[in-house]
Design a protein around this ligand. Structure first.
Ligand code: BGC
Length: 270
């Protein structure tokens, strides 16, 4: 079923004179090691077929990454709208930061880039944690739809999404907040645990410190923790000692792709 909508964000650089809202979408999640894409059932948040994954090119320049994105779209034989995540601040479809990606992304008009490679379709690019937040708010734990929740993705860096009754406040970048003289993501990302071979006890102490700082400043109703490490939550969740409730995210590694597909479908373009 295809429902046509006439609504569109005024500033969004998207092709949306007559937006399309379908039950199937396509999301692409650009990460440091892999670029992943899948068709998404927008009613259930499930993938429709197998996820396609191609290694992130090195160096991961905008042009090289866009070529891989085009390859995934072509392999999937998808001709509809595409939502794309980036581990970067994205405002008015311009990438404004590059903490864990090639610095040449800074200042890139990401809509122009992907439009050139994917041609003539609706495209939305957004921050990866923001995409995960949108997906969790719709398909994950109901706590993400109530009150002021903060979703954190713990991976190479720390990504964040602020959700107020399930609505997103984009580009919050809590991973770069200074905690104890260090950027939070240098203290407690999943990569830091792995690279330094930290025990669950040592790493959760660091995470606790970071969460306490966020708690002090934002007083959220809940922290929702995503990223691969959320799969092992029984190892570290019981070791945390903060006032705020902490729950693991539910969509796991699906969240970025699902959120990207939802964002373009809803014509959200931060
Ligand atoms: C980036 C964020 C991103 C996070 C998770 C951070 O280093 O600055 O934009 O959301 O990593 O990938």
């Amino acid at each position: 079923m295809v429902v046509f909508l006439k609504t569109c964000l005024p500033k969004a650089k998207v092709i949306c004179t007559l937006g399309r809202m379908t039950e199937t979408g396509f999301g692409i999640d650009i990460g440091g090691s892999g670029i992943k894409g899948a068709r998404v059932n927008l009613k259930t948040g499930e993938f429709i077929d197998d996820r396609i994954k191609i290694a992130t090119p090195k160096p991961a320049t905008p042009e090289a990454v866009a070529e891989v994105v085009a390859e995934i779209i072509s392999q999937a034989d998808w001709d509809g709208p595409v939502g794309i995540t980036l581990p970067s601040v994205v405002r008015e479809q311009i990438a404004l930061s590059a903490a864990n990606i090639d610095k040449s992304w800074i200042g890139t008009d990401v809509h122009e880039l992907f439009d050139r490679h994917l041609g003539g379709r609706e495209i939305t690019v957004l921050n990866d944690a923001d995409a995960a937040g949108i997906a969790e708010a719709t398909f994950g734990d109901p706590v993400a739809r109530e009150g002021a929740s903060i979703l954190l993705t713990l991976g190479t860096g720390i990504g964040s999404a602020f959700l107020i009754d399930g609505q997103l406040f984009p580009n919050t970048e809590l991973g770069h907040m200074i905690v104890d003289g260090e950027e939070a993501e240098h203290l407690a990302s999943a990569a830091v645990k792995e690279n330094n071979d930290l025990s669950w006890k040592k790493w959760s102490k660091r995470l606790n410190k970071v969460l306490k700082e966020y708690e002090k400043l934002f007083s959220p109703s809940v922290f929702i923790i995503g990223g691969g490490i959320s799969r092992k939550h029984e190892k570290w969740l019981p070791l945390l000692d903060i006032e705020t409730a902490v729950v693991p995210a539910q969509l796991r590694n699906r969240a970025g792709i699902v959120g990207a597909a939802m964002a373009v479908n809803k014509h959200l373009a931060p």
